[in-house]
Design a protein around this ligand. Structure first.
Ligand code: HEM
Length: 195
């Protein structure tokens, strides 16, 4: 930012003006067109935006790969898909945080773009009060999440009991599982009738 240079840039002439102004002659103001005190910290926005988009692309790849495997009949047995899906588990959360950082940091130094500066909109609350509220939030969330997770884990640890009653025949049934469709077995749509 200090040197106002972009290293390793890849330039595509005219594309930016075509996308943003729908004209080849359109002008898209760059950072240098703004006074220094009105520029957002571009390294943060640069990386948060790219991490978000990269994760979005990887989600699309995961979806297309799983469709392809389903077509090939290997959806439920492909180890690479399982590892990929497991690794991608936090992707939505990380992409969402990066999108949020992109938006919030990207409009600095304004809270309301062009109208209200962040410095003017900060509430006159002492840093100590904010810090103590934050600590209370962290403690409460730790208690809430730890309780929730421990309840879930206890539920997961329980195996199905032998002789357990099957689902009520008159209750709405879950549709045939994808596994049945993929492995070519008759999809009855009714499970749990073994006992
Ligand atoms: C696939 C490629 C993606 C593209 C091209 C894209 C593009 C964008 C753009 C242009 C913005 C607005 C930034 C601004 O305010 O200037 C944005 C914001 C955001 N994006 Fe993405 N995004 C992508 C993927 C994702 C994914 C996968 C998620 C989450 C799962 C996500 C979550 C968000 C969120 C939460 C915001 C902030 C919204 C707000 O506070 O107004 N994005 N994204």
């Amino acid at each position: 930012m200090e040197h106002e240079t972009t290293r390793y840039k890849v330039e595509v002439p005219l594309l930016g003006s075509l996308i943003l102004t729908h004209s080849l002659e359109g002008k898209v103001p760059g950072l240098k067109d703004y006074p220094k005190d009105q520029r957002a910290p571009s390294p943060v926005v640069f990386f948060s935006f790219r991490i978000m988009v990269a994760l979005g692309m990887l989600m699309a790849v995961l979806g297309v790969y799983s469709l392809w495997l389903r077509w090939r009949g290997r959806l439920c047995s492909d180890v690479l898909l399982q590892r990929f899906a497991l690794l991608m588990a936090p992707a939505g959360f990380i992409a969402m945080l990066c999108g949020w950082v992109t938006t919030e940091v990207g409009r600095q130094p304004y809270t309301v773009y062009g109208l209200l500066r962040t410095a003017e909109s900060a509430s006159p609350v002492a840093a100590g009060s904010i810090a103590s509220t934050l600590v209370v939030f962290v403690i409460v969330y730790f208690i809430v999440f730890a309780s929730g997770i421990s309840i879930l884990l206890r539920g997961f640890a329980q195996e199905p009991h032998a002789g357990e009653a099957g689902p009520d025949a008159h209750a709405p049934q879950r549709a045939a599982s994808m596994q049945a469709a993929v492995s070519g077995t008759a999809a009855t749509g009714i499970t749990g009738k073994e006992s």
